[in-house]
Design a protein around this ligand. Sequence first.
Ligand code: DQA
Length: 149
Amino acid sequence: MTKTILILNGPNLNMLGARQPEIYGSETLDDVASLCAEAAAPFGRKIELRQSNHEGELVDWIHEARDSCDAIVINPGAYSHTSIAILDALNMFEGPVAEVHLSNIHAREEFRHSSYVSGRADAVIVGCGTAGYRFAVQRICACLSDAVP
Ligand code: DQA
């Protein structure tokens, strides 16, 4: 047991805070890292936050997580709607997976309404802004049967 939760972020999420703040808010990915660490700490868990604009790099990190992490929280960004490769990688990961979208993808353009990753995710949180990452970490800790703080 590694006690580490991987928080994985896909393309354009490095621009959080500057990117369409009317949709994605003004908080940055560093803010997301802080709130995830705060949410995980009472459960005795650490987080590792990573972001990539490259599909293959995300796939490689999911493979690595098989040995180094107990669970994954993932916002695959636009790859949610296109990437069978990310779904396949997640299907090889044994721990719980939570999918997060800052915006409510179901209230946006039709091409955002479906996510390949949702077919694998144990929890899906949409439309809660950065708080969605907090909820995801808390839910993951519950899935891992950590004591409630
Ligand atoms: C997103 C929604 C996706 O449709 C979009 O491509 C993103 C961000 C979200 O967090 O709301 O990059 O995953």
